[in-house]
Design a protein around this ligand. Structure first.
Ligand SMILES: Cc1ncc(COP(=O)(O)O)c(C=O)c1O
Length: 390
C-alpha cells in the first residue's frame, strides 16, 4: 500500500458523508432494523442482505464502513466484521469444512483457535493435525486426501514463529485446499497474506487495529465468493456480529493505526536491544530481529516486527513472577496491541505449587511484553529495576 492509498482508505473509503450531513466521523446507526417505503424496495434489499441494510445481524451501515476499509487494507475483495477475533476464526473455519474433512493447523495457534479445532470441531466430524509449520515440508507431510483447510498464524503471538506463506499457499492451491491465516500480529501494514496467495485472512481487531483496549472485535477478509459463503452460513446463523457502537470505536482507533504501529515497533526494537544480552534474560523472541532464526523468511514476507516481544527470565518461573510483580509501567494482563504497555506471564496460567509437574509446550519462565506508546526510556528504566528483582 502506498501512503496515499493507506490514508485514503483510513480517512475516506466507505464513508458516504453526503448522506449524513457531511459528518466527518460516521454516525452510529444504532438501529436493529431498517425499513423500506414499499415492498419492491424491501424485496430488493432482502435479495442482497450482505450489501443492503435490513437487519443489523446481517448489515449495519456503521459496521459496513469498517468492513470496506479492512478489505481494502488487506487487498481483499471483501470482508466481514465480527464481535471478536475468535468469532471470526470460528466462522471462517466452520464455513469451509464439514463432517469427514481434515484440517492442518500450526502447532502453536492462539489458544481459542486451538480449542475450536481440537475440542469443538471433532464433535462434528472434523479432525485436525497440529504441525510445526516453520518447515513447509511438515505441512505437506500432514496432508491427507480429506484435507480441506490449512490454518496458519504467522507470526504467532507468543514466540512469533512464521510459516512460508507463498510456499504453503502454492502447496494448498495445487491440491484444491483452502488456506486461512491469522494476521493479527503483523496487521495489513506489515504483512498482506493475500498477496502471497492465502485465501482468507483473519484478524482480531481487539489488538493493533483498534488499539485502545476498549473493544473486542474481529474480521475475515478474502475472496468475494468465500466471504459470501461465510455470510450466508455462520455469520448469519451464529450471529457473532459487532455492534454499531463498537464498529464506530474500532473505526476511530484504526485512523491512527500507522502512527501507533510505527511507534510501538520502534520502541520494541529499542527494548529488544536492551534485553538481548541482559544477564537476567535467558532468551529473547522478537520477529525479524537479528537473532531471529527465521529472519530470511521475515525479509520476504514480514515488513517489520510489531510491538510484541517475549523473554525468558533466567531463574525459572519463580524469577519470572518476581520480575512481573516488580513492573510498574507494564500492566499485568493478557491481550496486546493497545496504547499501554502490558506484560503477560505464562506462569500465571499455572499453580505455583505445581510448576514442576505443569504440562506446557512453552517454557513457564516466558513473559510476553506488549509495548505501548510510552517513551522507550520510561519502559527500559522500569524493565531494568524489575529485572533486578528477578
Ligand atoms: C493471535 C490472536 N488471534 C486471535 C485472537 C482472538 O481475538 P479476540 O480476543 O478478539 O477474540 C487473539 C486474542 O488474543 C490472538 O492473540
Amino acid at each position: 500500500l502506498s501512503q496515499d492509498d493507506l490514508y485514503w482508505i483510513l480517512n475516506h473509503l466507505g464513508e458516504e458523508r453526503q448522506h449524513y450531513a457531511g459528518a466527518v466521523a460516521p454516525p452510529i446507526f444504532q438501529s436493529s432494523m431498517f425499513a423500506y417505503p414499499d415492498v419492491a424496495r424491501l424485496r430488493a434489499a432482502l435479495r442482497d442482505e450482505l450489501e443492503h441494510p435490513f437487519y443489523t445481524r446481517g448489515h449495519n451501515p456503521t459496521v459496513n464502513i469498517l468492513r470496506k476499509k479492512l478489505a481494502a487494507l488487506e487487498g481483499a475483495e471483501d470482508a466481514l466484521v465480527f464481535g471478536s477475533g475468535s468469532g471470526a476464526m470460528a466462522a471462517a473455519v466452520i464455513a469451509l469444512v464439514g463432517a469427514g474433512d481434515h484440517v492442518v493447523c500450526v502447532d502453536k495457534p492462539y489458544s481459542w483457535t486451538r480449542a475450536l479445532l481440537r475440542d469443538l470441531l471433532p464433535r462434528f466430524g472434523v479432525a485436525t493435525d497440529f504441525v510445526d509449520a516453520r518447515e513447509t515440508a511438515a505441512v505437506e507431510a500432514a496432508l491427507k486426501p480429506t484435507t480441506r483447510l490449512i490454518v496458519l498464524e504467522s507470526p504467532n503471538s507468543w514466540t512469533f514463529e512464521q510459516q512460508d506463506l507463498s510456499a504453503v499457499a502454492a502447496l494448498a492451491r495445487a491440491r484444491g485446499i483452502l488456506t486461512v491465516c491469522d494476521n493479527s500480529y503483523a496487521t495489513p501494514l506489515h504483512q498482506q497474506p493475500i498477496a502471497f496467495g492465502i485465501d482468507l485472512v483473519v484478524h482480531t481487531l481487539t489488538k493493533y487495529l483498534n488499539g485502545h483496549s476498549d473493544v473486542v472485535a474481529g474480521a475475515v477478509c478474502g475472496r468475494a465468493d468465500l466471504i459470501r459463503a461465510i455470510f450466508r452460513g455462520p455469520y448469519l446463523t451464529l450471529g457473532a456480529v459487532l455492534s454499531p457502537n463498537d464498529a464506530f470505536l474500532a473505526l476511530r482507533g484504526m485512523r491512527t493505526l500507522p502512527l501507533r504501529l510505527e511507534r510501538a515497533a520502534a520502541t520494541a526494537a529499542q527494548i529488544a536491544d536492551y534485553l538481548r544480552d541482559h544477564p537476567k534474560v535467558s532468551q529473547l523472541y522478537f520477529a525479524g530481529d537479528a537473532g531471529d532464526p527465521q529472519r530470511e523468511l521475515s525479509a520476504r514476507q514480514l515488513k517489520r516486527g510489531s510491538g510484541l516481544l517475549s523473554i525468558r527470565i533466567a531463574g525459572g518461573p519463580a524469577a519470572a513472577e518476581r520480575f512481573c510483580d516488580g513492573l510498574q509501567r507494564f500492566l499485568l494482563t493478557c491481550s496486546w496491541g493497545g496504547h499501554e504497555s502490558l506484560a503477560w506471564p505464562l506462569c500465571a496460567l499455572f499453580d505455583s505449587e505445581n510448576y514442576a509437574s505443569a504440562r506446557s509446550s512453552l517454557p513457564l519462565d516466558l513473559v510476553r511484553l506488549s509495548v505501548g506508546l510510552e517513551p522507550a526510556e520510561v519502559l527500559i528504566t522500569d524493565l531494568a529495576q524489575a529485572l533486578e528483582r528477578a
